[in-house]
Design a protein around this ligand. Structure first.
Ligand SMILES: [Zn+2]
Length: 396
């Protein structure tokens, strides 16, 4: 498609004297694909300043609403590409292919837009429930790529209808209370005073940061992490029993090995077939009873969060704190001691109107999906921008 601007008097950008036309220049731009690739051929005007004393001599027309000064991708294509990354799980490589250009060209067009959105502090407004979580973002030498762990701040605030729309607010390198503290400091007083509930995993560093920086907030153990502790304990019991009964780690064909994913699921989600497999594996050896009991403990813990009535949930949670620490299964006893140590934050979930159930998990899922789609990331800042975009952090 060939385009040109209507003729109009133009002043020299240096001196303001009306310039004279010096013809046009063809500039080819990538545009949003429609059935096939689309190219915009812009007949860009060239002007000459008529003031001989002016330093400008000649200059070319600019239409910033169509394309950036040295860009090769139209502005609407940049907006389209950002939308594709945000909502359609697109990859920069895939977009480059559709546009018939390189990864670098696409990223160069998108990056400034993402940087601009990320720098806009208004995206932190109205956060009343704040979560914190960490993940490993690469597996190469940390001397080359920096810390493997990133701490992520998640907005778990409910909307007017009471739904949580979890948004990833930020990612900072490292995992410590100090990183969280610094980040909270950077957000300013208004932000910190606005946070009423601070969700966290049972990591003492975060708790100290919350106590120091968010004095008005109630600390709540994140439901997702508590349930995860339960499933991790079951997994440990399964591996230990497997080792004790077979003398080796589980392998294909071993009864307990075959049910490891079933053990991680919620009881109510199991199909009849899965249920039958679980029971068959348990009955295969009397020593497997221990696995079954551990599984029931984890299910009990999980059920606290699935009660319709929060008071019922709290009663179950209280029972967990009271009974797990003396459980004869060491892994469950250890889980019980952890929860007893975190009792206030664990029980606070049930008195703060369910601060969040799947928010942290949902954000983790999006992060994992996008990391896989991109086949890993090398640059931490690009990773941060892409994850913020995908997980809603750049949308106020
Ligand atoms: Zn001039």
């Amino acid at each position: 498609m060939t385009v040109s601007s209507p003729a109009a008097p133009t002043g020299c950008p240096a001196c303001g004297v009306i310039a004279v036309g010096r013809g046009r220049r063809r500039r080819v731009l990538h545009d949003v694909p429609s059935v096939t690739r689309v190219r915009i051929v812009w007949r860009q005007r060239v002007w000459r300043c008529t003031d001989d004393a002016c330093s400008k001599k000649t200059f070319v027309e600019q239409l910033p609403s169509m394309v950036a000064a040295r860009g090769s991708i139209t502005q609407r294509t940049t907006a389209w590409a950002v939308g594709q990354l945000r909502r359609e799980h697109a990859t920069v490589h895939g977009l480059a292919r559709q546009l018939g250009t390189s990864w670098k060209t696409v990223w160069r067009a998108i990056e400034p837009e993402l940087v601009r959105l990320a720098a806009d502090e208004s995206r932190f407004e109205n956060v009343t429930t704040l979560g914190v979580d960490e993940h490993v973002w690469h597996h190469v030498d940390s001397r080359k790529r920096g810390p493997k762990e990133l701490t992520g701040m998640v907005d778990l605030t409910r909307d007017a209808k009471g739904r949580t729309r979890a948004r990833l607010l930020d990612l900072v390198p490292g995992r410590s209370g100090a990183v969280y503290k610094v980040w909270l400091d950077e957000r300013g007083d208004a932000f910190r005073e606005g946070v009423k509930i601070a969700a966290l995993d049972p990591f003492a560093g975060y708790k100290t940061a919350i106590d120091d920086k968010l004095q008005d907030a109630v600390a709540v153990l994140d439901a997702f992490h508590v349930v995860k502790l339960g499933t991790a304990a079951v997994d440990e019991v399964r591996r230990r029993v497997q080792q004790d009964t077979l003398g080796h780690r589980g392998r294909k064909g071993d009864p307990l090995y075959g049910i490891q994913t079933i053990l991680r699921a919620g009881e109510e989600n199991l199909t009849d077939k899965q249920s039958a497999r679980l029971h068959a594996a348990v009955e295969a050896d009397p020593a497997h009873d221990e696995v079954f009991v551990a599984w029931q403990c984890a299910q009990l813990l999980r059920s606290a969060y699935h009660q319709k009535n929060l008071a019922d949930g709290r009663r179950i949670a209280q029972r967990v704190v009271d009974t797990f620490p003396t459980c004869p299964i060491p892994e469950i006893a250890r889980l019980g001691r952890t929860l007893r140590r975190w009792k206030d934050a664990f029980l606070a979930y049930f008195t703060t109107g369910r601060s969040s159930n799947g928010g942290t998990e949902a954000v983790n899922g999006i992060i994992e999906l996008h990391r896989r789609l991109a086949r890993g990331f090398r640059n931490r800042e690009n990773y941060r921008l892409r994850m913020l975009l995908a997980a809603g952090g750049l949308t106020p």
